[in-house]
Design a protein around this ligand. Sequence first.
Ligand SMILES: NC(=O)C1=CN([C@@H]2O[C@H](COP(=O)(O)OP(=O)(O)OC[C@H]3O[C@@H](n4cnc5c(N)ncnc54)[C@H](OP(=O)(O)O)[C@@H]3O)[C@@H](O)[C@H]2O)C=CC1
Length: 276
Amino acid sequence: MTIPSLTLNDGLELPAIGLGTYKLTGQDGIDSIVSALHAGYRLIDSATLYGNEVEVGQAIVESGIPREEIIVTTKLPGSGHGFDETMAAFESSRRALGLDVIDLYLIHWPNPSVNRYLDSWEAMVELQQDGLARSIGVCNFTEEFLNRIIDASGVVPSVNQIELHPYFPQAQMRAVHAQLGIQTESWSPLGKDDKIRQEQLITDLAAKKNITPAQLILQWHVQLGTIPLPKSADPDRQRSNLDCFDHTLSDEEMASISSLERGRLWGGDPNTHEEL
Ligand SMILES: NC(=O)C1=CN([C@@H]2O[C@H](COP(=O)(O)OP(=O)(O)OC[C@H]3O[C@@H](n4cnc5c(N)ncnc54)[C@H](OP(=O)(O)O)[C@@H]3O)[C@@H](O)[C@H]2O)C=CC1
């Protein structure tokens, strides 16, 4: 299966869907990531906080797929904010992954009370200039935090990875991203548990289109222009989640899915919440 790609503001091509890897650890985690790579995933979303960078590196080797075909994302943990701390955290991620270059390096959370994301961003700009990170971005940044790092550095993040699913379509942040030229990535794109997949509106529409609720939700992400990062440990679900590019939803169907909006489900408010 060929996955379409999107071009980031720094020229890096990103597959239009990726594999979430939270909780994919140990040998089972390696096996799941290998099966996803064999199914066709070429964007892997990891993080230092997930404790699975070694597994991601190992899975790439075991898959036999050329390294340069795979976009590896990892994230600076909240405990690593600051210029020197970011450099050290990046080096430690590179070692754990066993890679010379990290394709996409993201700040995992702004950690507003520490207020050192500006220093972290400065370090990340240097890492990109030195060719050690091909692309740099953030997660869970508000419009205010985005503008601060852009004003200070003149460098616009390529990606902002945010909680986004039918309960939290994030129309305002998507509009901000469109204006600034930032690609939106959706975390917990399926809503993590099965509540959204079991919504009557979702099951009815999926049945009408003869697709699964997960495929319907992922198609909605694709048509919004966001990159969903569904996590699945199951080879069949991994494969079926990739089939979300050909079931065009009408404007009315898109709007009806977005009408499920009720607010964030899982993440804290980035204005106040701290992450490790
Ligand atoms: N930047 C950030 O702050 C954050 C980033 N993330 C990233 O986003 C990724 C995805 O988010 P996550 O919270 O894992 O939640 P998801 O919305 O991806 O949901 C994952 C759950 O859905 C199940 N599932 C997947 N596909 C199907 C399917 N076709 N049918 C039925 N069930 C399915 C999985 O079970 P099974 O494995 O058994 O298939 C798993 O329980 C994370 O793994 C991580 O990479 C997540 C949170 C925060």
